[in-house]
Design a protein around this ligand. Structure first.
Ligand SMILES: CSCCC(=O)C(=O)COP(=O)(O)O
Ligand SMILES: [Zn+2]
Length: 244
């Protein structure tokens, strides 16, 4: 293991009786997200940053069956965005054979480094995907106003909460064949839309972040509600912006 920690120290990073420990939370939350249809078929997931440690689920596994001992731990301090397959200095690698860290790692990293987020959630929710399909191919963003659930969303995902009278805008980026190839376009969209709390990926899903896992989760719930109602409004030919 390319870690400076002893085996015992590395294991102690993920084995805890505390239900709020990130390794326990990732396992529990992925089960909850699976029931919502957010992480079925191995896609999607959540990463949590606690201080100098980033906790990551394995790639390509049934996310609802992850156990704490399957969790990877990377130091937050990195010289560059840690892409899967590149040289990475893990603090802890699961002993189970064949596991590699989530392909979403560099995208989660965008949220940690560009927004100082404490957690980032990636869902394959059909509400998010359908919403991108109902936007014209060249649409750069999704906008919605005059919805109560907008008040559960924070400026930039980590700032003050929006008001009922604010218009929520979320950029839409094109999908790529490989998840990690979304890294640069996600970062560019985050630069261009500093107030956006999430990034929609056309025909794929959404990335949502927050200061804490609780805020990332509740914002994901508010956004998923807004995506669902927006789909229904578009199908009913109702305008998404305005209160008429
Ligand atoms: C059917 S999942 C395709 C890959 C994907 O979109 C994804 O989110 C994979 O994430 P993982 O954590 O399993 O690498
Ligand atoms: Zn995905």
């Amino acid at each position: 293991m390319p870690s400076k920690l002893t085996h015992e120290e590395a294991e102690a990073l993920v084995i805890s009786d505390d239900p709020e420990h990130p390794a326990n939370l990732i396992s529990e939350l992925c089960r909850d997200f699976y029931k919502l249809g957010w992480v079925t078929g191995t896609g999607g997931g959540i990463s949590i940053r606690q201080g100098e440690h980033v906790y990551l689920a394995p790639s390509g596994v049934q996310k609802e069956r992850i156990k704490p001992e399957h969790i990877f731990v990377l130091p937050f301090a990195q010289s560059s965005v840690p892409k899967p397959g590149s040289k990475r200095d893990f603090l802890r690698i699961p002993s189970k054979k064949g596991l590699s860290e989530s392909q979403c790692t560099p995208l989660f990293w965008n949220a940690f480094t560009m927004r100082q987020a404490g957690a980032c959630i990636h869902t394959h929710s059909q509400h998010a995907v359908m919403l991108t399909l109902l936007h014209p191919r060249d649409a750069q963003s999704f906008k919605i106003s005059h919805q109560e659930m907008i008040k559960g969303v924070r400026i930039g995902g980590v700032g003050k909460t929006l008001s009922f009278f604010n218009t929520l805008e979320i950029p839409i980026i094109d999908n790529t064949a490989v998840e990690e190839d979304l890294t640069e376009s996600m970062a560019a969209a985050m630069e261009e839309y500093p107030d956006a709390p999430a990034i929609l990926v056309r025909r794929h899903g959404v990335y949502v972040w927050g200061n804490t896992w609780e805020q990332a989760k509740t914002q994901s719930e508010c956004l998923d509600y807004l995506f669902e109602i927006a789909v229904k409004m578009l199908l009913a030919k109702l305008p998404l912006v305005g209160d008429n």
